[in-house]
Ligand binder design. Structure first.
Ligand code: NAD
Length: 476
């Protein structure tokens, strides 16, 4: 939708105050959308954040800006005074525990949303933790434990940005499209079990969160600099976690370096290596066949868990799901340099925003193994359109901000659901809100498989019988 037709309508009324923790690329990106669509005036918003980034945006918008890092020791005093029943706590920070923030929001009777299940600072690199303990699987399990403990209450949306977030809503719409196009008879799913049954009926074997970011600036990456289109700290942290994926029932064997977790839902496995050094084959409509990093993400696990079919205790169906991320070219070079340097982060960071001169963020879900082969469904937002749609944004940040806005609207409209994940939101309503900021949302079928290698095969261990085995997807 172009700016001319963008509706600045009120999607939901936020009656209380808004506390925003963290004001980096995503915090700044979402503020204009919140002011446009949630009927909240700047004087009811407070930002608490660890550095001065976003101070100018807050000043421009008339929002109170408190520059102070949230810590384990101070968070109750620092944040508690800004929260009461009916308020909204939006957590867009790094290094601040999502689970502790969710608990605080619950105690205060406030609604809550974050875009990732984040631990307190240091956990991603803590050498005393096992790879399993440093995983997103473990972080998600800690969130699920709190959910079981707290039960229903003020809504707290866990991990709702673009991915995790929007992609879970896109996946539901994509499943319905594939069902229609393959003539698969089904009833409209209304429960988790119903959605999982549909995925199984379609023969869905694997889901990639397939992303190709082509945004570039005129300033090349310098030696000793990490360049990206969103949080560099966030990307480096998740890139240094073990690669993780939801592990499907069609997979014939664990990878040689794969392992199951000793506790929890058992929907996912991890590899004994960082995601930023694990590469996978994938496909997006504009880029075609590409190689992405298998960076661990919350949605890889939540999707696999959500789409699990059980007969009694026995798991009889589950798709493999994971991220396959080709970041902007400067970030690929940055990751290469980071790995070469033994994962010691470069001294300089450059988060590209105003300097981007062209490119799109092609971000969607790739559904594989059904009767029509592969189907990608997602957003192809360009930098030009993103700038037309909202200030303080790149294509990447606006997709995330749209997911945050969609999730906030859902939380305000459904205020007593307790802790919920992106897969559980009403995808129709959330997509209706998000579509205003996603640029073209398109679907494309492809006959691509990970076995398409122009005959350039060496003595690789591939499975010709089932192209969608993870061993074919992975680049060894
Ligand atoms: P960023 O690095 O640009 O900004 C992080 C912000 O957190 C900064 O304002 C910083 O001051 C603040 N911060 C750091 N430590 C803090 C502390 N102790 N107390 C308070 N504030 C603190 O990051 P970003 O790109 O804006 O991303 C924000 C979060 O959103 C990250 O957790 C990131 O992983 C997540 N994210 C999710 C998605 C998604 O699609 N789900 C996409 C992008 C980013």
């Amino acid at each position: 939708m172009s700016q001319a037709t963008t509706r600045h309508e009120t999607f939901a009324q936020l009656k209380g105050k808004l506390l925003l923790v963290g004001c980096g690329s995503i915090g700044q990106a979402v503020l204009p959308l919140i002011l446009r669509h949630l009927d909240v005036s700047p004087d009811r918003i407070t930002i608490v954040t660890a550095d001065s980034r976003g101070r100018d945006v807050a000043a421009e918008l008339g929002i109170t800006f408190i520059e102070q890092a949230v810590t384990r020791e101070n968070y109750r005093d620092l944040l508690g005074s800004h929260l009461s029943a009916g308020d909204f706590f939006l957590n867009l920070s790094v290094d601040v525990s999502s689970v502790d923030m969710m608990l605080l929001a619950r105690e205060k009777g406030a609604l809550y949303l974050d875009t990732v299940v984040e631990p307190w600072g240091g956990a991603y690199f803590d050498p005393s933790l096992t790879p399993s303990e440093r995983s997103n699987y473990a972080l998600r399990e800690s969130m699920l434990a709190l959910r079981r403990e707290l039960g229903k209450g003020p809504t707290a949306v866990s991990a709702q940005g673009a991915n995790p977030g929007m992609v879970s809503q896109l996946l539901k719409e994509a499943l319905l499209i594939v069902a229609r196009d393959t003539g698969t008879s089904h009833t409209q799913p209304t429960t988790r079990e119903g959605w999982a049954d549909l995925a199984r009926a379609l023969g869905l074997k694997a889901v990639h969160i397939a992303e190709r970011d082509t945004q570039v600036s005129n300033t090349p990456k310098r030696v000793g600099e990490f360049v990206n289109t969103w949080s560099i700290d966030g990307f480096v942290s998740e890139g240094c976690q073990p690669a993780e994926m939801g592990w499907g029932t069609h997979e014939k064997g664990l990878p040689h370096d794969g392992a199951r977790h000793p506790m929890g839902c058992d929907a996912a496995i991890y590899l004994n290596r960082p995601g930023a050094s694990t590469r996978v084959r994938t496909w997006t409509p504009k880029a075609g066949p590409i190689i992405g990093f298998l960076i661990t993400h919350n949605e890889a696990i939540s999707i696999a868990d959500y789409y699990t079919v059980r007969e009694g205790e026995k798991v009889v169906y589950r798709p493999t799901s994971h991220y396959a991320y080709h970041p902007c070219d400067a970030a690929v070079l940055s990751v290469h340099e980071l790995q070469g340097n033994g994962w010691q982060q470069q001294p300089e960071q450059r988060l590209m925003m105003e300097e981007i001169v062209s490119g799109i963020d092609e971000l969607g879900v790739l559904l594989m193994g059904h009767a029509k082969g592969a189907f990608w469904y997602g957003s192809q937002l360009s930098i030009e359109e993103a700038r037309e749609l909202a200030p303080h944004n790149s294509a990447t940040s606006l997709q995330v901000a749209a997911g945050v806005l969609g999730g906030m609207v859902w939380a305000i409209e459904n205020p007593a659901e307790g802790i919920v994940e992106a897969d559980e939101l009403d995808h129709v309503r959330v997509l209706e809100v998000m579509r205003n900021y996603l640029g073209p949302v398109t679907g494309a079928y492809s006959d691509w498989t990970p076995l398409d290698r122009r005959g350039v095969l060496f003595s690789e261990d591939i499975d010709q019988d089932d192209p969608w085995q993870f061993k074919n997807i992975r680049v060894l």
